[in-house]
Design a protein around this ligand. Structure first.
Ligand code: SF4
Length: 180
């Protein structure tokens, strides 16, 4: 059975349905997120399970993985990020076009996890902004799906003006990320 996505709030009558542009674009974005899996270690294996038939992330419109930042809007960071890897991660984030979202999957990506050591980045939010954190070592696929659903919620309800707002630009500047 094909399950259709729920229509956004609007005015409905015989032969017409009216809503705002924000809501239609939010609905389209939320249900067609293209993830870029930045997987460096064990949490990446959980993501593979999340994509496979049992959990099937495709049910949420995210089956199209992208290994090119320019064709992705959801950066999923999964695994231990060594400090040497930091600039690479930041470059990948920079190369993604707006609007873009970031999920930090697992303890390592979120805080360095058990690797409280000189060579490991103690959380990716030291170099790029993060929208959703998924706890666990490793998180189960259900938790990763929950993270994607949270991003869908953000995308669905985001104002079209947010990315041009001073607040958003200031946040990027605080990460030394250039804004156009
Ligand atoms: S959080 Fe745990 S499972 Fe995930 S990459 Fe780190 S050590 Fe591996």
């Amino acid at each position: 059975m094909v399950k259709l996505v729920e229509a956004p709030e609007g005015l409905e009558g015989q032969g017409f349905f009216a809503t705002s542009l924000d809501k239609v674009i939010g609905m389209a974005r939320a249900n067609s997120l293209w993830p870029l899996p930045f997987a460096t270690s064990c949490c990446g294996i959980e993501f593979m399970a999340t994509m496979a038939s049992n959990y099937d992330l495709a049910r949420f419109g995210s089956e199209r993985l992208s290994f090119s930042p320019r064709q992705a809007d959801l950066l999923m960071v999964m695994g231990t990020i060594a400090k040497k890897m930091g600039p690479v991660l930041k470059q990948v984030y920079d190369q993604m076009a707006e609007p873009k979202w970031v999920i930090s999957v697992g303890a390592c990506a979120s805080s360095g996890g058990i690797f409280d050591t000189y060579s490991v980045l103690q959380g990716i939010d030291r170099i790029i902004p993060v929208d959703v954190y998924v706890p666990g070592c490793p998180p189960r696929p259900e938790q990763i799906i929950e993270g994607v659903l949270k991003i869908q919620e953000l995308a669905r309800n985001e104002s079209l003006r947010r990315r041009n707002s001073d607040e958003y630009k200031k946040m990027l500047e605080s990460y030394h990320i250039q804004t156009s």
